[in-house]
Design a protein. Sequence first.
Length: 295
Amino acid sequence: MAKAQELRRRIKSVENTRQITRTMEMVSTSKLKRAQDRVVATRPYAGALADVIGSLFDPVLAERFPLLRQPPDTPDRVALVLVTSNRGLCGAFNGNLIRHARHRIAELERQGVTVELHGVGKKGIGYFKYVGRALASARADVGDRPTPEHAAEVVQPLMDRFERGELDGVEVVFARFVNPLSTPPTILPILPVRPPSEERRGRGTDRAAANYILRPSADEIVGALLPLYVRNQMYRALVETAASEHGARRTAMKNATDNAGEMINSLRRTYHRARQAQITQEIAEIVGGAEALKG
């Protein structure tokens, strides 16, 4: 009887766990839809910024705008911003991001580059503190609903230092949101601003051929758009990581719910076999006692 009672308690415990994981899956599904809408909303603006900068780009601009200053072949100091989540229960999501950042740090340090690590999200901050790696800055207040103000607060000090020549580059490690099941860790160089691709230059040439009159001058427009472009790249990394976190948590909670259901079925079969064996034993004892009384 003790074994049957123990199985009943375990079944009840797993059922409670399944209820929690199913609820978390539903919550993550709801949050994922809103986060996915924010990701989709950021892409047209980012594309328009890149197109305008591409149409006005000229190689001589790098001499006048520090944000376009290309680093030397062997940069001395690079800032690496790692974006993770504040919470767990999302499978290998944070572990993959941390592993990607570690590989990038090791790659840069093999080249003799000094890497300055900046953390956004409790999981990444906690890991590197645990392994004894110093962080130049740590932000755990962004959460899963980042705003453009959050992005500006994270990247503006790095932009200022890049303009002063204290940094040769700024890179972001984040989870690129392809779909809820595909969120690969990605390295995005955001400083210096890279020259536009040949495709964008071609589109820019087509627009330039239309004889637009620019007010104010092209230099002033580029000077105003470059900081916006960098802040938007940082905002994109924050938004896509937040959406990827919800997708990873939904998948992890669905798998946990399914596994709990399979475990409950297995435990119930074991419980019914144990209960059947117990009943059979009790019947046998009753029959044996009855036969003993007859004798």
